[in-house]
Design a protein. Sequence first.
Length: 239
Amino acid sequence: MTPLSHALLIMAIPAGVAVSGGALAALWQPSHAVRSLIQHFAAGVILAALAVELLPDIGKEHATKSVVLGAFAAGSVFMYLLKLGTERLEAHGGAAAQGAALGLLLATFVDVATDGFIIGAGFAAGGETGTVLALGLSVELLFLGLAVASERIAGWRIVGVTAALGLTVLGTAVLGSVLLAGASPAVLAGSLSFSAAALLYLVTEELLMEAHEVEEKPISTLVLFGGFLTFWGIQLMGR
């Protein structure tokens, strides 16, 4: 298997997981308590991806501190503007539930496209970064299929929506990998630092905030650490 075909195969994993989540959601709608546990586990996985893989790889690129910090700041501002845009899209629907649902769906596609570009940047950086990010974000996409179906779309229609989400993450992953192929260390470090801000936003402003909308049980803490430990264990065994 050539390096290109191997990379495409790994990039396709999050897309397949998104569709699988939609198919599962068509058959089973998890309770709010179960969804909260899934979100805690996903948050632990993504925190591990940041701490174990992404942040160390940024240091390996030997970019200047101003590039790394500036890119992280830019990523923070971008995610802040994305949050504002999402809230306005949802508010624009007003009392019309269909309009609110469309706003949330559009925001979801923007979020997934960002995740795909992050994966592509990881593959452009080389090593195991792309693979690790693809596997870590697959957990988020599995939850996303369950969440979108249980709240907005019923029945097998969710399979079509998650298939579109899967194609989006695959397409942007390939785009990010192509655009950043052969890029300078400064550009790669900046892209990864930007991505780190996006992942941090995903954990703190999406997964955990929504998970805490229901009454939290002590087991949620263990599930969070379990997600972190699972990802870290996979990364250590892959060495």
